[in-house]
Ligand binder design. Structure first.
Ligand code: CTP
Length: 398
């Protein structure tokens, strides 16, 4: 996978910088074109000349040392790279990039880069366990950075534990596996809807439901990890945006309908995991409704069934619906698949620690040709990964 790839290797100032020399050599042996950027700290451990000799390319250490007046080095390097590896990534480097700093050649280039970044941290065991480092790792993961976790073992500081830079062979294996995975749905356009909708009553009130959007966001991430081009149409949720995924925010069922219909013709796959309101207030008030004696009756009207519309209008798209049921899930789910003319449906029974709000779920994936796959209780991330594999297999069969 790395043959012919343009790899930018960022080396920061830890004792494991010496292992980055072996990594450079192995990457070159795999056929990659490697360019190295070193932080000032890294140059205390290894001479730039070492990396220059191993990579057969100039080594970059200073953002102000512009070697070619026709180019701006950090932009040029960022655009040039197919992928970026940070090895070793020290606690300080993690802190700087998690906070968007651009105070040297490496961090400035990283801000300008759009290619995937693989991070291989290395530090003392207590530093790796420090809440600040953990917080930075979580932030970076949200931004789409991929991690090659440090291994357990003897550390240069004398401790034994987690913090040792993974061996160069293992770093390359993880990257190879990841790059291979992104070929699976490469070129496929995927549309996913997630979250609840809000149906306005007046400027301060609305009808909504318990959907958190977690399942839809996990599906969007899983599709992206397989290399698909993902558009996520999201109702109001409190989840962080996923880096590299085009997200369209909507509020009401009608806004979701408009957005989905607009995007639909371009798509290869549509998964409708959103919990769309079936009814909205017939009238909305511009002013806050004042309370009066007696009961209040709000008349509701039906919203458009987005999924059923797509079922009627679909041409070549593979269409997957969701059915969250509180009773007889399989019977109702299978009936929904037929009624809404779907290719497949994900059926889940709403219950304790499953479905709405929960981080876990347990589903049945059922297809129009009556294949039934039960995915047992697991995290929504794991369920989403399994579902995307199943959906991709069925799409390829068609
Ligand atoms: N859905 C939709 N538009 C709606 C309502 C639902 O696209 N107005 C989609 C959901 O995104 C989901 C599927 O339809 O993929 C199932 O939704 P659900 O509300 O469970 O099904 P209904 O057809 O509304 O059936 P019922 O309310 O009778 O259970």
């Amino acid at each position: 996978m790395l043959n012919g790839k343009k790899v930018l290797l960022g080396v920061s100032g830890g004792i494991a910088a010496y292992k980055a020399c072996a990594l450079t050599s192995k990457l070159v042996q795999q056929g990659a074109d490697v360019k190295v950027i070193m932080t000032e700290g890294a140059t205390e451990f290894v001479q730039p000349l070492t990396f220059q000799a191993l990579s057969r390319n100039p080594v970059y250490t200073d953002a102000f040392d512009e070697k070619n007046p026709e180019k701006i080095a950090h932009i040029d390097l960022a655009d040039w790279s197919d992928l970026i590896i940070l090895a070793p990534a020290t606690a300080h480097l993690l802190g700087r990039i998690a906070n968007g700093l651009a105070d040297d050649m490496l961090t400035t280039t990283l801000l300008a880069a759009t290619s995937p970044v693989y991070v291989a941290p290395a530090m003392n065991v207590h530093m790796y366990a420090h809440p600040s480092v953990k917080k930075n790792l979580i932030e970076l993961e949200k931004m789409g950075y991929r991690f090659i976790e440090p291994g357990d073992g003897y550390l240069a500081c004398g401790y034994v534990g987690k913090g040792r830079l993974e061996e160069p062979e293992r770093i390359i294996e993880v990257i190879n596996n990841h790059e291979k995975k992104t070929e699976v749905m490469k070129g496929k356009k995927v549309l996913i809807t997630a979250g609840p909708t809000q149906e306005i009553i007046d400027p301060v009130r609305f009808f909504t439901n318990h959907s958190s959007g977690k399942m839809g966001y996990a599906l969007a991430q899983a599709a992206k990890d397989l290399g698909a081009e993902v558009t996520l149409i999201s109702g109001p949720v409190s989840l962080a945006k996923i880096a590299g995924i085009r997200t369209i925010d909507v509020q009401s069922a009608d806004e979701m309908y408009q957005a989905v219909i607009k995007e639909f013709p371009e798509q290869d796959l549509v998964i409708k995991s959103a919990a769309v309101a079936d009814y909205r207030p017939k009238q909305t008030s511009d002013q806050k409704l004042k309370k009066k004696d007696g009961d209040l009756v709000i008349e509701l009207e039906r919203t458009q069934d987005i999924l059923a519309t797509l079922g009627k209008e679909k041409t070549n798209q593979y269409l997957v619906g969701f059915a969250a049921e509180s009773e007889q899930p399989l019977t109702y789910g299978k009936e929904k698949l037929k009624r809404k003319q779907l290719d497949a449906i994900v059926i889940n029974e709403i219950g304790f620690q499953k479905g709405f709000q929960s981080d876990h779920n347990e589903v049945v994936f059922y297809t129009k040709d009556e294949e039934e796959h039960r995915i047992p209780y697991a995290t929504k991330k794991e369920i989403a990964e399994k579902l995307m594999q199943l959906v991709n297999r069925k799409m390829t069969e068609e």
